[in-house]
Design a protein around this ligand. Structure first.
Ligand code: NAP
Length: 278
């Protein structure tokens, strides 16, 4: 793994900005709000050199203003990750700027069409969701991975979702894209193992986060799907990277519902419906 864990023995609760990421070169997609923005700030505050991608010009300017004020190395770049062309152009600029070295790629940008049934989704909504939440991961990984493999160091983080391991009614496009991102990264992990590479991967499957995308979610049982703070999610992501943990499911209680998959769908569906309004 490229991120040498100075914090590998810490509990997740104790992992905040720390030396594990000082001096590392990081690219984060969807860094203009939510988890991506907080990750970008946390990493920059810990001494990493961070490039954040997004489209919201005002949010990018504000993040750069704060970074300047605090003396962080955080640069924002406009990149619409639904465009393979833009990803490839920006990736080339980043590799130039970072002299070919990217230690950490975080594929975080994500969209949802907002709870529509499969027959109500427009073709454009389905395409956009798959472009941003899945295909963009192919293009960024294909742009940055070769240099990681060459150096035998680096780490790729995939922000999937609990909707990437469990189907949910009204989220077919989102679930399909998040299952896909999960599958891409799991395959990548095995491909890297086959060549004995030290490049690490982490798949993150959060349940609802108390922010724009997650706060209004209709959830039946808060003990299984409690709202998590962005701060908690970001700390768990950084701890997982520092430990080279392959999969993080948040909160861990979800694993009980997931385990019910081993049983017939009649049992699985009953368990999941009892817990959540899926
Ligand atoms: N919130 C939750 O409850 C929850 C739960 C599970 C998983 N997740 C996943 O966690 C990740 C972060 O979610 P969040 O809650 O932090 O969401 P958020 O606050 O809505 O942030 C989404 C980010 O994605 C970026 N983005 C969207 N479309 C883009 C595009 N075409 N090109 C470039 N950037 C784009 C947005 O930037 P611009 O607006 O600047 O384009 C924004 O920075 C997402 O992948 C999401 O699916 C969230």
């Amino acid at each position: 793994m490229g991120i040498v864990p100075s914090s590998c023995c810490h509990s997740s609760a104790s992992v905040g900005p720390d030396d594990a990421f000082a001096g590392k070169r990081v690219v984060i997609t969807g860094a203009t709000s939510g988890v991506g923005l907080l990750l970008a700030k946390r990493l920059a505050a810990s001494g990493a050199t961070v490039v954040g991608w997004g489209r919201n010009e005002a949010a990018m300017a504000e993040a750069e203003r704060e970074a300047l004020e605090r003396g962080w190395s955080l640069r924002m770049m406009r990149c619409d990750v639904s465009s393979k062309r833009e990803i490839n152009e920006r990736a080339e600029e980043v590799l130039d700027r970072f002299e070919g070295v990217v230690d950490l790629l975080v594929n975080n940008a994500g969209v949802t069409s907002g709870g529509k049934w499969i027959t109500d989704l427009t073709d454009e909504e389905i395409t956009k969701c798959v472009d941003v939440n899945l295909l963009a991961h192919f293009w960024t990984v294909r742009a940055f991975l070769p240099s990681m493999i060459k150096r035998d160091a680096g780490h790729v983080v995939t922000i999937s979702s609990v909707a990437g391991i469990m189907g949910v009614a009204g989220l077919s496009d989102y679930c399909a894209s998040k299952f896909g991102a999960f599958g891409l990264t799991e395959s990548l992990r095995f491909e890297l193992a086959k060549i004995g590479s030290k490049v690490g991967t982490t798949i993150v499957c959060p349940s609802y986060i108390d922010n724009g995308m997650g706060k209004d979610a209709d959830v039946k049982c808060r003990s299984v799907f409690p709202l998590m703070t962005e701060d908690y999610v970001v700390r768990r992501i950084l701890a997982a990277v520092a430990r080279n943990q392959g999969l993080v499911v948040l909160p861990g209680t979800i694993k009980a519902a997931y385990a019910a998959r081993l049983y017939p769908t009649s049992v699985y569906d009953r368990v999941v419906r009892a817990w959540a309004n899926v």
